[in-house]
Write a protein that binds this ligand. Sequence first.
Ligand SMILES: [Fe+2]
Length: 241
Amino acid sequence: MTNIIDIHSHILPGLDDGAADMEESMKMLRLARRQGITQIAATPHYSAGFPNICPEKIRELCRKVQESARQKLQTEFYIWPGQEIMFGNDVVHLLDNKDILTIADSRYVLVEFLPGVPYSGLLRAVRELVLEGYVPILAHSERYICLREQGRIDDLKAQGAYIQLNFRRIGGKWYENTTRWCRRMLQAGKVDFLGTDMHNSRERRPETAPGIEWMQKHLSRDYIDRILSRNQKKVLADEKI
Ligand SMILES: [Fe+2]
């Protein structure tokens, strides 16, 4: 697979719990390219744990990482600014003020929650974001235990949410509960995006191949293309999916 667009990554150096420095960013990009990734939305955390990340810094680092890839890896990468936003009461206000970033300045917002978030919390967040004109993409949806109950993903999607899963889980062991659930959701066509959520070049490196291998055996080419690239292109162009 080539031309994968990754809308969930912690590629920018020294900002959050992702790449520690530019050298690590380059190692991650080298691995990412080998996995078929050509465009990346950098989505450093917005959460209480990382209080001092400002949009200007994110934009500046996107340019620097892109330039560094050109020079050091002789590779053309598109690095788009974005954030992975821990949902809270202030989020809509911060988005409106442009104090935190949507993906590539579109209406699409990569939003995360604690794993134990109650379903009512997810629903409230989705409704609030949609009401204010944003399009919520639920980051690593496989983490939220409340979504395992049948019908809930459909309800959230009906409210305007989009579903992102991490590649890592798709390529997991067949007997792992989370892997099984992810694969069921894919086979039912409920997933909108896959992302690497890469944090470093070691245990949280960009890795798409095992997941894609499973998908090629079980999903249509058209659907694979949609969740690896086509939907992402629409996000970057701020078009409706
Ligand atoms: Fe993440």
